[in-house]
Design a protein around this ligand. Structure first.
Ligand code: SF4
Length: 308
């Protein structure tokens, strides 16, 4: 019997993303690939400048004008994502973004009601149902009394309320992929737990890409992908990668988290290596200057390093 092909809810493969600068071309992301099943959560972690945001923007089709993706393929339910206007129609419907700062993301001149109605229009539902649906989406996002929020502007909402309004807006969709960028910034442990409970109850079948620098958030995900200098250095189940990191960068990242919040450390070593962590790696040696990065696999972890 022929093996049945399992189609991922979402898959991403990118050869390069590069920026055209006045002093030449700069590679921002290289050889990154992963796939997600329905309902699965993948945390993308890495310090500032590691390529997390470029990865998200490339999926959303929102790369800056001087940045382009070359090679690779992005698929949703086995079909390549379209580009241009067709991709625009998917954003806010099948492809949903939850921003870092809800208050900044909401349109200041439109009430919550109007923004919810704008999102509902994308679903081509009868307009007479909008009042009931808007209230329903706010209830789903944790507002017991939607009528208290519907006619408010973003500046009249607290940070936590604004974040829940963005979740209500996201709920006006048929999301297959959710991208949440540092979604729990500024929330305490209870707030983080509530955020993930909401995601799972509102979008049980959507694949979820969670961009974060917070290891406690990564630990709530099924799998982790570690980016450094635009390269994928380690990936695996959260349990495996976070409890027993294999790559020197992941080890440093986890160790540095409390100390410096994953800000880049000063450069320690000079030289040109294919490894983006070479300048700061405590395990580097001369072999790293010449050797190619190889893939290693142990249990539920994979990592790329020129040493075993
Ligand atoms: S390739 Fe060398 S520099 Fe890079 S992580 Fe491995 S040991 Fe460190």
């Amino acid at each position: 019997m022929a093996a049945t092909e399992i189609i991922s809810a979402f898959s991403y493969a990118c050869d390069t993303i590069s920026a055209k600068l006045s002093r030449g071309e700069r590679v921002l992301l290289q050889d990154v690939s992963f796939s997600l099943s329905s309902g699965e959560r993948l945390a993308v972690i890495g310090e500032t400048g590691s390529g997390k945001t470029m990865l998200a923007l490339s999926i959303l089709g929102l790369l800056p004008a001087n940045v382009r993706m070359q090679g690779g393929c992005i698929q949703m339910d086995g079909t390549a994502l379209p580009t241009g206007k067709q991709l625009q129609t998917l954003r806010g419907d099948k492809l949903v973004y939850i921003p870092q700062n809800g208050a900044e993301f909401l349109l200041p001149a439109r009430t919550v009601r109007k923004q919810l109605y704008d999102s509902l229009k994308k679903l081509s539902l009868p307009q007479k149902e909008f009042p009931q649906l808007a209230a329903e989406k706010l209830r789903l996002a944790g507002f017991d009394r939607p009528e208290d929020v519907l006619d408010k502007y973003s500046f009249q909402l607290s940070g936590g309320m604004a974040q829940r309004v963005t979740i209500a807006l996201a709920a006006c969709s048929r999301a297959r992929l959710l991208i949440a960028d540092e979604p729990t910034n500024g929330l305490d442990e209870a707030g983080r737990a509530q955020f993930f409970a909401l995601l799972d109850s509102i979008f049980p079948d959507a694949a979820k890409l969670i961009i974060t620098h917070d290891i406690s958030v990564a630990a709530r995900c099924d799998r982790v992908l570690v980016l450094c200098g635009g390269q994928m250095l380690e990936t695996g189940t959260s349990a495996a990668v976070l409890s027993a990191p294999r790559h020197p960068y992941t080890k440093a990242l986890l160790a540095a988290q409390v100390a410096n919040g994953m800000q880049p450390s000063p450069i320690l070593r000079e030289g040109v290596s294919g490894c983006p962590f070479y300048a700061r790696c405590p395990e580097a040696d001369a072999g790293c200057l010449n050797g190619a990065m190889q893939k290693h696999t142990v249990g539920m972890s994979e990592w790329w390093c020129c040493h075993a």
